[in-house]
Write a protein that binds this ligand. Structure first.
Ligand SMILES: *Cc1c(COP(=O)(O)O)cnc(C)c1O
Length: 357
């Protein structure tokens, strides 16, 4: 076999990480299972129930409905599909924040719904006045983001829930990345805080499961009726997932790591990641860069493009926001030593970078 996968020691912008050892082991054991046919592959179907039950405790749901999806993209598409199929109008629209992940564009495209994009305020959360103006009798779904991809910000979910309720729309919360750190903060973001209908929460990001392991949760099993189709050739009669055959490795790894780390292991990881975010934000602030202060463990800094290119040339895997700010995501593999080495490369490259820009 050719090649080697990348090391993680210079990966700073990814939202994925090394799977936890128990996740890796479970993924290997369940490689030859297909939770898409739960009646035949019962053991992995039971693990999926366990994983969904534990996800329920992270998000304030006693009796959660849901499944382990291929990722946040599938979960978001399915949430839009659910709302569209339940809507009475033939011209449904979905109101999303400007900070929404690009998967909602894919959802709108494949499902032929109109996407109405509400701007952000200066604090980088959605402008609720704009959401109110965009909502009308054709609004099938309002989306709030709990942990935005670019800045790690949390939209005012209880206010969005009220707005959705006023127009008879559903409310979806996208906590794909944030869902495994938010339980340890004071934010109001989940089913226990507001009338949330559906939520995306991905074990394969901060949850340390093996890819593919996304999560779609709903407050009520009946909501999945809007997605179910008959499945003639399988042992089970109906299927509400978007994919057919799907990865038992992802499902088993999610169940194993949730069992291992919830709640204490995830709390410790949140505290480590947050301390790293604050350390790095201070270090860059001290050097005179414009830093977007971290709320969750993700830090965005405005750096000259010459410096950004220099860091990339030095092997650092970093990316930028739509506004060209450099993002560092404090995933579990990102250690203080890595950040210190990164900052010393910033120091080494800064004079050259300034000349180049
Ligand atoms: C990563 C992310 C997604 C997409 O998830 P995939 O697993 O990459 O498909 C959706 N929403 C948010 C907020 C994300 O951070």
């Amino acid at each position: 076999m050719r090649g080697q996968p990348q090391e993680f020691d210079r990966v700073l912008s990814s939202m994925c990480t090394e799977p936890h050892p128990v996740a890796r082991e479970a993924a290997e054991r369940y490689l030859a299972t297909n939770p898409g046919d739960p009646a035949t592959y019962q053991a992995v179907a039971d693990l999926e129930d366990d994983a969904v039950a534990t996800l329920g405790s992270l998000v304030g749901l006693d009796d959660p409905a849901g499944y382990i999806a291929s990722g946040g993209t599938e979960a978001n598409i399915q949430a839009v599909r659910m709302a569209r199929n339940r809507a009475v109008t033939s011209t449904p629209n979905v109101v999303v924040p400007e900070s929404a992940h690009f998967s909602f564009q894919k959802a709108a495209d494949v499902l032929s719904v109109e996407l109405r994009v509400a701007p952000m305020t200066d604090d980088l959360t959605v402008d609720v006045g704009a959401v109110r103006r965009f909502c009308d009798e054709d609004t099938a779904l309002v989306v709030g983001i709990a942990g935005t991809t670019e800045y790690g910000r949390v939209d005012p979910i209880p206010i969005l829930a009220d707005l959705a309720d006023e127009v008879g729309a559903m409310l979806h919360v996208d906590a794909a990345w944030g869902g495994f750190v938010l339980p340890f903060t004071d934010h109001e973001w989940h089913f226990g805080h507001a009338d949330v209908d559906t939520m995306t929460i991905d074990p394969h990001k901060m949850g340390q499961a093996a890819i593919p392991a996304g999560g779609l949760l709903a407050r009520d099993e009946a909501l999945f009726d809007a997605l179910a189709v008959d499945t003639p050739y399988l042992e089970s009669a109906k299927q509400a997932t978007l994919t057919g055959t799907r990865s038992g490795a992802g499902v088993a790894s999610a169940a194993a790591v949730l069992d291992e780390l919830w709640p204490d292991g995830y709390r410790e990881q949140y505290e480590r990641s947050m301390a790293n975010a604050e350390w790095y934000a201070d270090a860059m602030g001290d050097r005179g860069f414009d830093v977007v202060e971290p709320d969750l463990p993700l830090v965005t800094v405005d750096v000259p493009s010459g410096l950004f290119e220099g860091l990339r040339d030095a092997g650092w895997r970093v990316s930028t926001t739509g506004d060209d700010e450099m993002r560092v995501v404090m995933m579990p593999h990102v250690t203080r030593e890595m950040l210190a080495a990164f900052v010393s490369d910033v120091d080494r490259l800064t004079p050259t970078a300034n000349i180049n820009t």
